[in-house]
Design a protein around this ligand. Sequence first.
Ligand code: COA
Length: 279
Amino acid sequence: MFVSDLLKGKRILITGGGSGLGKSTAKRLLQLGAEIVICGRRVALLEETSAELRAATGGVIGYKPLDIRDPEAVEATIAEIWAEAPLDGLINNAAGNFLARTEDLSHRALDAVVAIVLHGTAYMTLACGKRWIADKHPGNVLSIVTTYAWTGSAYVVPSVMGKAAVLAMTRSLAVEWGPKGIRFNAIAPGPFPTEGAWERLVPRKDLAETFETRNALGRPGRHEELTNLVAYLMADQSAYITGEVVTIDGAEWLTGAGQFNFARSLTDADWAEMASRKK
Ligand code: COA
């Protein structure tokens, strides 16, 4: 889909890059010539993923152990990264989430999710943005949100609040920092199965199937479909796109939203019967 050196010369940090979609993204960007740094809380996992992706792609990948909820650790890690070489891009991929009835949540449960999704994303963005502005270096920030950032969703309310705020940040800073050469976009993925997310969010196997197929295409997303979109948005060829959120969900949210979409379940016999009622 792309020339193999599309991202050559780009140094990109992916939060939560040790597993799931972050790992798939790291692999795709390495294949396209980017230099990657992944960060996350689990050192052994970061080490294992870096070694695996280095061997698989022959690319340059490093890692930094980091809990993005800790602003001092974020500042120290970003300073360390910059001392090696400045970044060109930041992918805010790390998230925290679980399915729960909202009345069951303690304030610590609320904070646990919002601290990762909102505060962690903001700390990372600020630490990179301040340096890009000071160095007059162009920057590119891509944040992974979800479609419930604007539709809302029951049973994941702390995540909804965090993701809605990250989308608001994306649109706001696209304007404020656009003149400084920094662009901001978001991607709202539908169901892209990963072990971590499905374990936390889909408690039963029969629900997983419904969750993955209740969209216009009747199937879950493939990781490469998402990672190619990330590659496009991180490339200079998409430079005029900023302040945007790109939905990649097989029309999942629209399927749930359209008032008469229930008619998808009508049979040919139902339609014939409707037609026979015409005067
Ligand atoms: N339902 C209700 N409350 C929950 C919960 C659940 N499933 N999981 C955790 N909590 C509550 C805990 O009970 C605790 O509150 P309490 O002290 O009042 O009992 C609070 O949340 C913090 O829990 P803790 O386990 O200490 O949080 P943590 O900071 O170690 O972990 C999470 C943060 C909970 C978001 C954890 O799932 C995580 O680290 N996830 C990262 C990966 C991830 O979620 N990725 C997103 C995939 S979609």
